[in-house]
Write a protein that binds this ligand. Structure first.
Ligand code: NDP
Length: 303
């Protein structure tokens, strides 16, 4: 492997420490203990683990964790009523409704009900619009993590300035691809977006100084598509069979063929241990930002 491994796990731990230190100062100087509410509807096992991790890490950073675990059959009206109660609660600074929601609930309507100032997932149209305008809002967590990792991985080469670099974002979801592309554009990259209708993905990949893959297809981006020395940020999380580990075993892989790409890229995130851990760390940072902004307090530097 010739690429430098981008250690998202270590970077996320460092960001959580920065968040914890900022929370400590807010408690001491302003008597403020930020509160982060997480709402889970239903029994999805992966979501349950994710929500439990969020709650634990929120507490470890010194914040108050408020958890609402609702039954699968919860109505949309009841869920929105809970969101409105959390909007009005002065002790709640951030609200996250765990996705996906059960099929009978319109997730757009629920996101729309969240106070944009408490929308720590950054999914409300007001926050999406602020990214388009390049103005401070609450930035979605996974895209925020991607940009932090790319900037730091390239810091030696660029001094932290991504201006003029060619970036390719593969995937155009509201959750990941679109906001990543806008954030990179705000960093003055020349951004191309690819998706399922893109005609020649290989050629687009070969031009990219920064390649962000957010597709959800195991190892779709081949190693020999990567521009030599490029920075590769692999958002994909795909579970595949791993018979080499024993019968019925599985393992996680990204959207990029890591083994081959790491021989050609300059820097690359592993899966797992790359972008994934950054998501919760950025969520915690957003909760602190929201707490400060809502009270007109100076915002700590949380990158
Ligand atoms: P979506 O399914 O919402 O979007 C996938 C995107 O990939 C779409 O824009 C789609 O294009 C595009 N796509 C599909 N097939 C191709 C193809 N053959 N060539 C080019 N583009 C293609 O997924 P998400 O954005 O929500 O997630 C993407 C991946 O990231 C998943 O593996 C998910 O698990 C992971 N993820 C990881 C997170 C983390 O914390 N690390 C957080 C969130 C997601 P089109 O629009 O044309 O359909």
């Amino acid at each position: 492997m010739s690429a430098t491994l981008i250690d998202g796990k270590a970077r996320a731990a460092a960001l959580r420490e920065t968040v914890a230190a900022a929370v400590g100062r807010l408690k001491k100087d302003a008597g403020l203990e930020p509160g982060l509410a997480v709402v889970l509807v239903g029994e999805d096992p992966a979501s349950k683990v994710y929500v439990a991790n969020k709650a634990r890490l929120t507490r470890e950073c010194g914040m108050r964790s408020i958890e609402h675990i609702l039954p699968e059959e919860t109505s949309q009206a009841d869920l929105i009523a809970l969101v409105e109660t959390l909007n009005a609660d002065p002790g709640v600074d951030g609200i996250l409704v765990q996705m996906p929601l059960p099929a009978h609930i319109d997730s757009d309507a629920v996101v729309l009900a969240i106070d944009p100032e408490k929308d720590v997932d950054g999914l409300h149209p007001v926050n999406a619009g602020l990214i388009v305008l390049g103005k401070p809002g609450l930035i979605p967590c996974t895209p925020q993590g991607c940009v932090i990792l790319a900037k730091e991985a390239l810091a030696e080469k660029t001094g932290g300035d991504l201006s003029g670099l060619d970036a390719l974002v593969v995937g155009r979801s509201i959750l990941v691809g679109k906001p990543v592309a806008l954030l990179l554009q705000n960093e003055n990259c020349t951004v191309t977006m690819a998706h399922s209708r893109t005609r020649d993905l290989e050629t687009a990949c070969r031009k990219a100084d920064i390649l962000v893959a957010a597709v959800g297809r195991p190892k779709m981006i081949r190693g020999d598509w990567i521009k030599p020395g490029a920075c590769v940020i692999d958002v994909g999380i795909n579970r595949i069979d791993a018979p080499e580990r024993g019968e019925g075993k599985t393992r996680l892989v990204g959207d990029v063929d890591f083994e081959a790409a790491s021989e050609i890229a300059g820097q690359i995130t592993p899966v797992p241990g790359g972008v994934g851990p950054m998501t919760i760390a950025c969520l915690l940072a957003n909760a602190v930002r929201a707490a400060c902004r809502r009270r007109g307090l100076a915002e700590p530097d949380l990158d």
